[in-house]
Design a protein around this ligand. Sequence first.
Ligand SMILES: [Mn+2]
Length: 394
Amino acid sequence: MRIAIFSDCHCGYAWGEERGDDAFNGLTEALEKSKGSDIILIAGDLFDSRIPKPEIFARVARALSAAQNQHSDAKLIDAKLKEGRELPTLRGIPIVAIHGTHERRSKHLINPIQALEHTGHLLHLHCETAVFDIAGKKVAVHGMSGVPERYAKECLVGWHPRPVHGAINILMLHQSIEPYIYSPLEPPSLKLEDLPSGFDLYVLGHMHWSDSRRFQGTNLLVAGSTCTTSIHKIETEQPKSVWFFDGNVVERASLNSRKVIWKEFTFDSDIRQKIEAELAKLPVMQPKPIVAIKIKGTLAVNDVPPNFADIEERFADKAIININKALQVEGFADQIELLAALKQSKMSPEELGMALLAENLKATNCGIKAEEIFDLLVEGRTDTIFNALMGIKQ
Ligand SMILES: [Mn+2]
């Protein structure tokens, strides 16, 4: 048997921008490489947003149709679905997907992965199990879609998935699970040891870097994304991939995604020259690489934060440049205290928004007041606000 697995395609990411096709290219190539597989698993965040534009939805549906026109021996023979759910009729290579953090909507609404079940493209699972027969061999796919991290443990324990006897069992989740943490802002409630035992493969979506290793005598796969979106340094050191599981071992096939070059700088008075010198050294590459530049350091309260828009523009024919200023402003700790204080207070959402905006504006030293922004918003002058925030003189 051959089960193809990939995750986090983020279709719709950077829509309308230079990199707008990258996410779709990743999905298309992953599906292309999945030809000849019996089942395809998608571990969440197929879309970049919970309400994708019809253009984006249609493009994903069309891409998935490539799998529907292929032959597969897999037949959906049994499922443990929520009450009132009917088994969809799947064509070609069956696709089983969970929804991710980017697609999650409230319970009574339909998210885009569920919508793709309605259109007959895939089977969506949330705390549910689907059992397939592949030429006499059984494969059970157990899926828990993405939930807020703080509820993940409670949700998994409440669901209590158990391996199906006599089958190859795959448990698929879209969460941070310690030590795999996507964002420190959303600490996980799950640890690896919380995973129920007895499965042949544990698949984790959500992290955009990948890892494949042995775990509890079986396999753990952190699938990683098929397209570069927000960038973790580790992603720049490994290829984007689609994975294959034969019931025993996991293998990787690399995707031809855009190269990402990571450069770190420390903020000082020569920062512009240093960045420019580094960019000038870049060889010409096709497709253009993404250059992720991270600037660390501390900015004095009265310093104007640096603006590199002109550099990004000047080297635009060589690279897609993404400059991330992780600059600490002196007195930042005060802001965290303010946030805690605001949380305690009983302000209206408008007051709270205004207070936060005012505090954030202070840190950017952009010379525009929160009240002015509100006035400009009322007048619909968003360009003026944007320019002021970006430090673009008018
Ligand atoms: Mn994601």
